[in-house]
Design a binder for this molecule. Structure first.
Ligand code: HEC
Length: 211
């Protein structure tokens, strides 16, 4: 049934955009026509940004407190397991609860699953450029609403600065026992050599809005 509807709408769209008709319309009008199917509620960017920020706060807060506790209890080697297993678990839990998808990406990622896709890579590169121009990493964010076919996606990213505690496992002077464990878990680890203040990566939030 859904498939049929999709086919009908595609045919309708194609039909309403025949060359003849399109030729005597300004690009503006054609755009309006294309958007005729959009009677859905508009996506509120401010509202979604707030939701994204609160999901990130939950994820980051939970991760930070577990990391801190693990380091205090058993040092950085012990704490690796928090990042290794808990990071994804917490991200999945927050995602489910908040009805969105939250995660982390980096240009120099440790876990291959945290490699950025095209738009995320572009945004991370843009973050580096913004930092080079003097913008504060602490408050650096990016938000957009994209439209593909009938689907809309809210995309949000927030830069993650490298702090003092991060250096234990992401710096360039990592203790040998920490390094050994990291190598075991992440043979393709690229997340070392960071200095305090560097952009370690970014939180990513996406939310789908079917049209
Ligand atoms: C105890 C070691 C340890 C400490 C300390 C640590 N990390 Fe990590 N970090 C890891 C591990 C292990 C992963 C891989 C997590 C995974 O498999 O999902 C990781 C992954 C990440 C990622 C996801 C991108 C990637 O490289 O895979 C970011 C971003 C990140 N860490 C930021 C930080 C920041 C910021 C701090 C300091 C507040 C920090 N980390 C402190 C061990 C650590």
């Amino acid at each position: 049934m859904k498939k049929l509807l999709v086919i009908i709408s595609i045919m309708f769209l194609m039909n309403s955009c025949t060359k003849e008709e399109a030729a005597d319309k300004t690009p503006e009008m054609q755009k309006t026509d294309m958007k005729a199917s959009e009677l859905e509620t508009p996506v509120n960017k401010e509202e979604e940004t707030e939701n994204a920020m609160s999901a990130i706060k939950m994820f980051a807060g939970a991760l930070k407190s577990e990391l801190k506790k693990a380091i205090e209890e058993g040092g950085p080697v012990n704490a690796i397991s928090v990042c290794n297993t808990r990071a994804m678990e917490i991200a999945n839990k927050v995602s489910e609860e908040e009805g969105l998808k939250v995660g982390r990406v980096s240009l120099k990622n440790r876990n291959p699953k945290n490699a950025p896709n095209d738009w995320q890579r572009k945004t991370l590169e843009d973050f580096e450029a913004r930092k080079a121009k003097g913008e504060s990493v602490e408050s650096m964010t990016y938000a957009e609403i994209t439209e593909q076919k009938n689907d809309r996606q809210f995309r949000f990213m927030k830069a993650i600065p490298t702090g003092e505690v991060c250096i234990f496992c992401h710096g360039d002077n990592i203790a040998p026992e920490v390094m050994t464990r990291l190598k075991e878990l992440y043979p393709d680890d690229r997340a070392t050599g960071f200095n305090i203040g560097d952009i370690r990566g970014a939180f990513v939030v996406t939310k789908e809005f079917p049209g």
